[in-house]
Design a binder for this molecule. Structure first.
Ligand SMILES: Cc1cc2nc3c(=O)[nH]c(=O)nc-3n(C[C@H](O)[C@H](O)[C@H](O)COP(=O)(O)OP(=O)(O)OC[C@H]3O[C@@H](n4cnc5c(N)ncnc54)[C@H](O)[C@@H]3O)c2cc1C
Length: 366
């Protein structure tokens, strides 16, 4: 069989790329090293805007429908019920498998095997895997945080959240809790996960996350289970996104496409997969140029998410107070896809600066 594109990785980024490329008429080989369905460490939280990027038939995968956000800070808590569903929880094993099956339905073929290397052969690429080599026009690196494709292109990851997570008993159903004030440059989450909960921490700082997680769960009476750890590579704008070179393109975690505020990656992986396919269709001889252009709105989102993250994590008390007064409500609009991070940033900056001034100059409160 003569393949146009080989996509490495059967996560959301790879499946989305394979799905959209196949629908555009490209012959796609999707390579995944693990037997499917496979486990992926993740809270599985989809912002509501993600649904519009999903192929039909996903409804049964939504384990929990989130309507309430709880924002906590050092013993205080603000709870806000939304009028509609703002997010959903999925189990990544089933969710990712569903996306792979959709890519196959649209014409892609799946090969169980590991990507090893690639080299140019004439005008095409020879891709070496544990299950033979393939000559293709396009190579897509959707191979996640430790992307071998990205490393072979010479990229190094610089911006990472360290994260720990475990799944345990609990009953949250339609509520998510974000706890600030426990760690520098990050947060703790407690999300529902079907009939149980997932609890985790993400931080860009070197901290003893295990100890913080253990002590928090003990204080809250949540049964602690040994957590697993993984890194989340994020971008604070275009300069941090590793798009690839010539006809080798990167997408998802391989390209650092998670947001620096919450570490949300599924939405951006799905979105970028469709942009990648369009760029190959529109500029077949040099798709990275078109890909970079098409990625601009996504890069801008990550840029403003980064600006918010820097302020919010440096001044977590102020972030909490802003959340209480208006920012949590605005954030729901973002989750629903009605506001952008840019709008959130511009709408909140004045209030942030005012609060900062009041905090730094307490006498002005009088
Ligand atoms: C603890 C934690 C919690 C998170 N919670 C959320 C959340 O609630 N919501 C959210 O949106 N995001 C969350 N994220 C981020 C999210 O998990 C990632 O951004 C997302 O999985 C990226 O998708 P991807 O397809 O790029 O990579 P992945 O999902 O990692 O998929 C990569 C695939 O490539 C395969 N692969 C790797 N190397 C090779 C190779 N050499 N050959 C063949 N196959 C290969 C892997 O087996 C894997 O299947 C979380 C991350 C962590 C660590």
């Amino acid at each position: 069989m003569n393949w146009d594109a080989l996509v490495v990785g059967g996560g959301p980024a790879g499946s989305s790329s394979a799905y959209h490329l196949s629908r555009l008429g490209f012959r796609v080989l999707l390579l995944e090293k693990k037997p499917l369905p496979r486990f992926k460490l993740c809270a599985g939280c989809l912002s509501a805007r993600t649904l519009r990027l999903l192929p039909s038939g996903y409804e049964d995968l939504l384990l929990n429908r989130i309507r309430v956000g709880r924002l906590a800070f050092r013993g205080e808590e603000h709870r806000l019920e939304a009028k509609e569903e703002i997010a959903y929880i999925v189990d990544r094993k089933d969710f990712d498998h569903f996306l792979v099956l959709k890519a196959l339905e649209s014409g892609a073929e799946l090969l169980r095997g590991e990507f090893l290397a690639f080299q140019k052969e004439g005008a095409r690429y020879r891709v070496y895997t544990t299950h033979g080599s393939f000559l293709v026009d396009y190579l897509v690196g959707a191979d996640g945080m430790r992307s071998r494709v990205a490393r072979l292109l010479g990229y190094k990851k610089k911006k990472l959240f360290k994260s720990l997570e475990f799944f345990t008993e609990g009953d949250l159903r339609y509520e998510v809790l974000i706890e600030l004030g426990l760690i520098r440059n990050g947060y703790l989450w407690l999300f529902p996960h079907g009939d149980g909960v997932s609890m985790g921490l993400a931080s860009t700082h070197r901290e003893d996350l295990f100890k913080i997680l253990f002590e928090y769960s003990k204080a809250k009476g949540i049964r602690f289970k040994h957590p697993l750890g993984w890194h989340i590579p994020y971008a604070e704008g275009e300069k941090d996104i590793h798009i690839g070179k010539e006809r080798v393109l990167l997408v998802g975690d391989a390209a650092n496409m998670t947001d620096p505020l919450l570490g949300e990656g599924i939405y951006y992986a799905l979105w970028a997969g469709s942009l990648l396919a369009s760029s190959i269709e529109k500029e077949p001889s040099n798709p990275t140029v078109g890909y970079k252009k098409l990625l601009k709105p996504l890069a801008e989102e990550l840029h403003y998410a980064g600006k918010i993250a820097r302020l919010a994590y440096s001044f977590q008390g102020i972030a909490y107070n802003m959340g209480k007064s208006f920012a949590l409500k605005s954030f729901y609009e973002l989750l629903l896809g009605r506001k952008s991070y840019k709008e959130l940033y511009k709408g909140g900056l004045f209030s942030f600066l005012k609060d900062l001034l009041l905090e730094k100059l307490p006498f002005t409160r009088l």
